[in-house]
Ligand binder design. Structure first.
Ligand SMILES: [Mn+2]
Length: 345
């Protein structure tokens, strides 16, 4: 990655808007990059990776945009922002290289398709020298389950906060550190308060001078609400899920005002790694599905894809996957799940 080129390109942008992905990596990559580019920052506000029409219109009013942690090469965003200067910093598998006269598209996967370097790490590298922002980048990296390949960042963090790396520079030990807790607090802010929660996380992270500054903010309250809700749901799961003994599988309807299906299924699966856990949540716009089987005994991505076929979308990894079913087709998808879970060997 040619970070000097990236820094040069950024330095020429006039008053750019920043758009970051609505998760911990997106928030932290934007906060870190504020050291180079002071600008108004917005989370992407459409479903998934998308931007709302309103946000896109507001970007058209300026002459440059920085996109962080959003694979906008999968969207028609640059086509909608003709003649603007655009900087894209991302680490998702790219579908095309957007680089042109007005656009610089940086992604470590252009050089190594298996690279896994979260955007917060790339933002930090763009700064070009050791910075007091290192711990913020580390929070984003942990939030995206990175760490491997980002050891130099964690060494910089360790020189200022030795306690964070005293158990080693591995994902599992860092997840247990204060920085891992902050990553969870940012995720919780989104689960509990949606986009406003993410905007609060951005402000809190931007204002914080050290990790302890984050721990006593309203993010802590979001996190507590979120933990209580996960525990309540896990308890309800133990009493009310459908169990399929032949396949050691569970099917569970989550009722919650919060979007916790993905984290809940991860926790349930941690307790029972060989079981198949399918959690679904029915909303007025359709049904959200999360599946886990951490041992890899069963490919849950295949099961979800099979169940949502023709009226939804699904995918992910064999051990962890998700899906969506359009409104009105929920029962059909659930029947397919039951059939499948009755009979896997
Ligand atoms: Mn990311």
């Amino acid at each position: 990655m040619d970070y000097d080129r990236g820094r040069g390109f950024l330095s020429k942008l006039e008053n750019p808007a920043m758009v970051y992905h609505k998760d911990a990596d997106g928030v932290c990559s934007a906060v870190v990059l504020q050291e180079l580019v002071k600008s108004a920052a917005h989370p992407n506000d459409g479903p998934g990776i998308q931007l709302s029409e309103g946000l896109l219109e507001s970007l058209k009013e300026g002459n440059s945009v920085v996109f962080l942690d959003i694979p906008i090469d999968q969207l028609q965003v640059v086509e909608n922002l003709k003649d603007r200067k655009i900087f894209v910093l991302d680490h998702h598998p790219p579908e095309r290289d957007l680089t042109s006269e007005n656009i610089l598209h940086m992604n470590p996967r252009f050089e190594d398709e298996d690279a896994y370097l979260p955007t917060s790490y790339l933002s930090y590298k763009l700064l070009g020298s050791r910075s007091k922002q290192a711990w913020k980048a580390a929070v984003g990296v942990i939030g995206d389950h990175g760490v491997k390949g980002c050891e130099d960042l964690f060494e910089d963090v360790g020189s200022e906060y030795p306690e964070t790396i005293e158990k080693g520079i591995t994902y599992n030990s860092l997840k247990e550190s204060k920085l891992g807790l902050i990553a969870d607090m940012i995720d919780a802010s989104k689960a509990v308060r949606g986009l406003d929660g993410i905007r609060r996380s951005f402000e809190v992270m931007k204002d914080a001078r050290e990790p302890n500054d984050v721990l006593d903010t309203e993010l802590k309250e979001f996190y507590e609400v979120y933990r209580r809700e996960i525990e309540r749901a896990a308890d309800d799961f133990r009493r009310n899920s459908e169990y399929f003994p032949r396949t050691n599988s569970y099917l569970y309807e989550l009722s919650s005002r919060y979007s916790i299906g993905s984290d809940l299924s991860t926790e349930l699966s941690n307790e029972n790694p060989d079981a198949v856990v399918i959690v679904y949540q029915i909303e007025d716009y359709g049904m959200k599905i999360s599946g886990r089987c951490q041992s890899g005994r069963v490919d849950v991505s295949k099961i979800i894809k099979g169940a949502v076929k023709d009226f939804g979308s699904g995918g992910g990894h064999p051990q962890a996957a998700g899906g969506f079913v359009e409104s009105g087709k929920e029962e059909l998808a659930l029947e397919r799940f039951r059939e499948k879970l009755e009979g896997i060997d």
